[in-house]
Ligand binder design. Structure first.
Ligand code: MLT
Length: 255
């Protein structure tokens, strides 16, 4: 299998953090946070299989495969117990990777994400999304879905940034995008695992997130023994893009 595309700052002797992006984005959603943290940490991001510059192949993916990809990156880069920070789909991947190999990582940051799998309604929405991409094209799907992840304030005040994010997402290969949708639809529950996590966990959520709401994320944090829960102001589901300063500051304090 072809290797994934990795984007890392200059290696230094600082603590490594691996950032995993959400859907339908790529490593670029973490760039501002990484730049804010680069003097304190060795920041690494990558494009999840099927998105950005990573290989698409047959589009037959699972969250399990994505978790194996993450563990392989840690081994290939010979990283010593990195922290991992996953946004939304990246959080699904991080939780599954922890379940598979918790001794690989030192700390976990879960941002705008959840441990539960899709319910029937959620699965039906995934099928409708794939149908939309097939019938009307990726651009149409992305132009409808991406704005729903951002707060109205951000959409009004930073429309250039929103349009940039949309145009990055439009450039993905539709096969890879649909593969990610199917992987998320088929993901299984990691909730039973939460109370077995033994390392420190930071749970971050945008105050206006309607996809992984503050109430649901607080419930998730309460199931984890050593967790901190923080609400990010002026942000919805895309807290690392909408308010990178606060997200970086919380990560810096936590680590
Ligand atoms: C994401 O931001 O990664 C997605 O919205 C997550 C999802 O659709 O479940």
């Amino acid at each position: 299998m072809e290797k994934l595309k990795i984007f890392a700052h200059q290696p230094n002797n600082k603590k490594p953090i691996i950032f995993i992006h959400g859907f339908p984005y790529d490593h670029r959603m973490w760039i501002k946070v990484m730049n804010l943290l680069q003097s304190n940490f060795y920041c690494i991001a990558y494009d999840v299989r099927g998105l950005g510059e990573s290989p698409v192949e047959d589009g037959n993916y699972s969250i399990d495969l994505f978790a194996d990809d993450l563990i392989n990156i840690v081994e290939d880069m010979k990283l010593d117990k990195p922290a991992i920070c996953g946004h939304s789909m990246g959080g699904y991947i991080a939780l599954r990777a922890f379940e598979k190999s918790d001794s690989t990582f030192s700390n976990l940051i879960l941002c705008d994400t959840k441990s539960e799998p899709d319910n029937d309604e959620g699965k039906a929405k995934r099928d409708a999304a794939i149908k939309k991409i097939d019938d009307e094209g990726l651009e149409k799907y992305v132009r409808e879905f991406v704005p729903s992840c951002f707060s109205n304030n951000f959409k009004n005040e930073k429309s250039d940034e929103l349009n940039n994010t949309i145009s990055f997402a439009e450039q993905h290969n539709p096969v890879g995008v649909k593969g990610c949708i199917t992987a998320m639809k088929n993901r299984t529950d990691t909730t039973p695992y939460l109370n077995r996590i033994k390392i420190p966990v930071l749970v971050l959520v945008g105050e206006e997130d309607t996809i992984s709401t503050p109430i649901k994320m607080k419930e998730m944090a309460e199931k984890i023994k050593e967790s901190k829960f923080k609400i990010i102001s002026n942000a919805a589901h895309m807290a690392p893009v909408e308010n990178p300063e606060s997200v970086a500051e919380e990560i810096r304090k936590f680590l």
